[in-house]
Design a protein around this ligand. Structure first.
Ligand code: NA7
Length: 542
């Protein structure tokens, strides 16, 4: 632990308090510490990793290629770790995060098992008073939230959950100890990216698997070759290329849109889709034809291409009807990668139950009850039911800005930010992975979180150089960003589809596309322009 000075009220006094020790928090500690700041991260978990600490459910793995889900600020750090396959699983990712933490000697600046429950801005001292669940008080000039955009699980959804006789887990709260699956009757609720990974992994291990399906999901098959020495050497040699490319592509991945739909003949389009599909990655979604996001006809053609692929694998018309989307376009919400997921439904021990018109109404001691009164008897229920994304991690903390305004109330009406990193009315609050930035959903997270933490560190460095104590975006700059965000997002078909991308999975959440859809490279450029202008539109006081 670094030298934290305690003031007379017993508060721990810091220059910056960071919430979270995941991908963003770790790098933010490193940067601010190197600037000579007194900084500490408060982490609710018992160790580092964030997403990769909590999501230890069976089958959890990357959908980003391992060699791009990386920190690129240090060549040594990058080259000091060797991945074993293209899309590694959670245990390996967690080990990598430990490697990063220990290589950068970050543990001494992280307080574990420390959940932040409140953060109030004191207008007299112009500092944040932050409290942990255990009653510790922290007094910090800056509050930097690195708490993850998918870290507030939707785990209390059904009446009667506590009455269930078996075990019930949300995937983001999967226990550390091994869970006995053999012979068990297991129910999985949800077929998002998470549910799919769980289902394809446990189907062959459990006695019976019942999948409760509400909205069908487009899926793409993953190709996941093991990496031998030559592969590792080859990707490490690409360090400079990746460092120069990733920050500027549309999604922070290594690939970018290559073709214009209108330039190609129908036959050529089909060939291009086929070729990209065979890549076995998210490329068909993130780097085939950008028109898929704007032009309903292109969206429909690409959707039909994917439906065809799914039909060919599912075969059974009833399964096709249940599992292949008809009424929204491919890529308008998160596309999962999978391995033999669709084939799982051909297994004799697996059944899919539609809960679209016959919803789950209750958990009862023996299982799960549907609206028509049917009870599915189960030994274990896996809730792969998602998250209150982007805003949830922050609104679950009692964050109060100027005038006693709370973020929960403000965002309960309208989710607004300036560049996704600051909020008018909340001085010296910086956020990563928050709404209205690409890092709220549409990017390779390490690319976006490095950019945001670097922008934050640069801003604080600028303030210190100029003798500025407080920064806050004006209402005008926030309004300008929200308007630009909305104009960009509302032209995108993502805005028309229900999913966590627009907050429709949380009752009462104001609808707005959570992620900036103008592209990762463009977002970076716009953030850089703010810095180059001397933070025009951001009020600074000495
Ligand atoms: P998602 O993508 O939000 O998926 C949640 C799933 O749970 C989805 O299939 C939901 O159906 C389903 N769900 C939620 N509530 C219910 C109820 N009440 N009844 C039936 N089904 C329900 O979360 P994931 O964890 O899979 O993925 C989140 C992100 O993590 C992912 O996008 C990656 O970026 C990593 P619905 O679609 O709402 O009908």
């Amino acid at each position: 632990m670094n030298e934290a000075v305690r003031n007379i009220d017993g508060a721990t006094k810091l220059d910056a308090a960071i919430i979270g020790a995941g991908v963003a928090g770790l790098y933010q500690i490193y940067q601010l510490r190197n600037m000579g700041m007194k900084v500490r991260a408060f982490e609710a978990a018992s160790d580092v990793g964030g997403t990769w600490y909590w999501n230890r459910y069976p089958g959890a793995r990357f959908d980003s290629e391992a060699y791009i889900y990386q920190y690129l600020f240090s060549e040594d750090l990058y080259k000091g770790w060797s991945w074993s396959e293209r899309f590694p699983g959670q245990p390996e990712i967690e080990r990598w995060m430990h490697y990063v933490t220990d290589s950068l000697d970050l543990r001494k600046d992280i307080q574990f098992d420390a959940r932040i429950v409140s953060a109030h801005y004191n207008e007299d001292t112009r500092r944040w008073i932050i409290r942990t669940e255990d009653g510790e008080t922290i007094d910090a000039q800056f509050l930097i939230t690195c708490c993850g955009m998918l870290s507030a699980p939707l785990s209390e959804l059904f009446p009667g959950q506590s009455s269930f006789k078996g075990r019930i887990f949300h995937t983001a709260r999967w226990p550390h100890e091994p869970i006995e699956l053999e012979g068990k009757k297991v129910g999985v609720i949800g077929i998002g990216a998470t549910g799919i990974q769980v289902i394809q992994t446990i189907a062959s291990k459990v006695g019976e698997l019942t999948v409760f399906v509400r909205t069908p999901q487009y899926v793409l098959p993953m190709k996941n070759p093991k990496f031998g020495e030559a592969d590792v050497k080859a990707y490490k040699e690409r360090f400079d290329e990746l460092k120069n490319t990733l920050p500027h592509t549309f999604t922070g991945f290594e690939y970018d849109f290559m073709y214009k739909w209108a330039d190609l003949t129908p036959a050529r389009r089909r060939d291009v889709m086929e070729e990209i599909y065979q890549n076995g990655s998210l490329k068909l979604w993130l780097a085939s034809f950008a028109e898929m996001f704007f032009d309903p006809e292109v969206s429909e053609e690409i959707s039909e291409f994917v439906r065809d692929k799914m039909r060919a694998r599912l075969k059974d018309p009833k399964l096709c009807d249940l599992l292949i989307p008809k009424d929204y376009g491919f890529g308008t919400h998160r596309v999962p990668l999978e391995t033999n997921y669709l084939e799982v439904y051909h297994r004799p021990n697996v059944k899919a139950v539609s809960v679209k018109d016959n919803p789950i109404v209750e958990i009862v001691p023996e299982g799960l009850k549907l609206a028509d009164g049917t009870v599915h008897e189960l030994d274990m229920i896996v809730m792969a039911t998602g998250f209150d994304a982007g805003s949830g991690a922050l609104t679950r903390i009692d964050i109060r800005g100027r005038g006693g305004h709370t973020l929960k109330e403000d965002w309960g009406k309208d989710i607004r930010t300036a560049y996704g990193m600051q909020v008018h009315g909340y001085p010296n609050l910086f956020m990563t992975g928050a709404p209205l930035a690409p890092s709220a959903a549409l990017c390779n997270m390490t690319t976006c979180l490095q950019q945001q933490t670097e922008w934050i560190a640069d801003c604080i460095r600028y303030m210190r150089d100029k003798g500025v104590a407080v920064i806050e975006p004006t209402a005008e700059v926030e309004e300008r960003w929200v308007r630009h965000h909305d104009e960009t997002a509302n032209a995108n078909l993502i805005s028309k589809t229900n999913s966590w991308y627009v907050g429709s999975n949380v009752p009462g959440k104001p609808r707005r596309v959570l992620s900036y859809t103008g592209g990762v490279g463009t977002y970076r450029q716009k953030c850089n322009e703010v810095a180059e202008s001397g933070y025009e539109g951001f009020a600074m006081t000495a």
